[in-house]
Design a protein around this ligand. Sequence first.
Ligand SMILES: Cc1cc2nc3c(=O)[nH]c(=O)nc-3n(C[C@H](O)[C@H](O)[C@H](O)COP(=O)(O)OP(=O)(O)OC[C@H]3O[C@@H](n4cnc5c(N)ncnc54)[C@H](O)[C@@H]3O)c2cc1C
Ligand code: FES
Ligand code: FES
Length: 471
Amino acid sequence: MSREHVDFLLNEEKISIKDLDTNTTVLNYLRNNHELTGTKEGCASGDCGACTAVVGELKENKISYKSINTCITFLYSLHGKQLITVEHIQKNKLHPVQQSMIDSDGSQCGFCTPGIIMSMYNMYENKIKPTEENIDKFLSGNLCRCTGYLPIKNAIKNMYSYKSNKFSKSKVIRLLKSIKKTDIVIKKNDSKFFIHYNLNSLIKDYQKISNGHLLVGGTDLALEVTKKRKDLKNIFYLGSNKDLNYVKNKNNNLHIGSATPINDILPILENIYPTFAKMFERYGSEQIRNTASLGGNIGSASPIGDSLPVLIALNSKIVIQGKVKKTLLLDNYFLSYRKTKLKPNEIIKEIIIPIYKKNILKCYKISKRIDDDISSVFMAINARIEKNIIKEIKIVCGGLAETPKIAEKAQKFLLNKIFNEENINEAKKIIKKEFDPIDDMRASKNYRTKISQNLLERFLNENNKIKSTLY
Ligand SMILES: Cc1cc2nc3c(=O)[nH]c(=O)nc-3n(C[C@H](O)[C@H](O)[C@H](O)COP(=O)(O)OP(=O)(O)OC[C@H]3O[C@@H](n4cnc5c(N)ncnc54)[C@H](O)[C@@H]3O)c2cc1C
Ligand code: FES
Ligand code: FES
């Protein structure tokens, strides 16, 4: 029997909700239902960070914190979690991150400030060292248009020098423990919001509804509501489903539950495919990586989804679960623009990535900005080179066709050839003819083509230890 309400902590107060629209975002709820207007709306699409708040979740008796974009987080997905807003972090006196921001003159108009404060609070609670690299990473999802980032960075560098107000977390832990993690269905007007904790009950309910929407981080799906003003009926939230949240290294394969947030995958991926993990540092922002999933990236089937060329280059498979379970090579999954082999009432359960110990993996993302930008062109290369002969090679491109696509002719040409300039130059001519990319506001057709050629050259240069400063 499913429960019909969602419980979560708004700061330290336990809240029970069931009567709100199933499309309600956390941001709108805070501002409209609680007048907690410290959390701002800038873009409503996850790009500016003005709406940043922090979510706490109980993991092994401790609270684990992560920053989120409240503008694209559906309210009902908060079940069993603590939502911390900017109004809450001061206790009798300002929180160290707030005091440091003031003392470093890190704010002018102040519109971005609450969001930046919450990103700093996320760093503070996670005890992140304020190195240049970490600051850039944790601030990648926060825009400031007037202060300039130097004073803000100084505020972060100094924040640990302030004395923190010690306050007990035992009350929050006790309250979080009191919230039952059992299946939930919210019914509002002609729509439902489902939360399942295991695969069987999810599949059972998902089979009964023909127009359901699967939701994990919502970093694509929520934009349908906030930008396209769609009314999404029947949402199935997968983010709390234990059967879809895991990373396992089994028999030389990495098995990743489709709803596992990118940031939870990275600690294991870093040891297996460091270049793939490094690429994820440029995937959206910290807020996006905290909630976005591989299942969602594959589910969106965008021709510029960054994980897709890499997964295909690594000969990854996906496990699809509907009435029956099947396993499919990702190469064969994308049919045409955003069309895939996934049938209604099926879900992606798992991604299986083979671990190649002798291969080189390159993940080249070309975009206008380093952080928080989507690709103009992406190229992933998985190759085995022995005695300068290319013994194995798979080249997969994003942004050059209506789906992520294998450069079949170029890779066929390079196979068993000497890895030298002459052969790469020939492959550059082939790849030019192999794709017919589109012109759009992100990049022209000629630019995309040129980049695909240049990336082959870069692959050679890197092999020859010619240093590249490009990203
Ligand atoms: C500010 C911003 C920056 C971004 N930057 C990048 C970037 O750098 N690179 C990039 O590739 N993308 C980027 N994205 C897009 C998005 O973050 C990714 O595609 C992300 O991986 C989606 O995951 P999600 O869990 O949020 O998916 P959701 O939004 O929850 O779902 C996306 C789609 O997949 C479907 N889906 C979800 N789970 C499953 C499943 N298990 N089985 C079948 N279908 C499923 C959903 O129904 C929906 O149609 C960005 C988005 C934003 C808002
Ligand atoms: S309002 Fe801009 S990221 Fe949410
Ligand atoms: S202080 Fe004005 S946008 Fe940052």
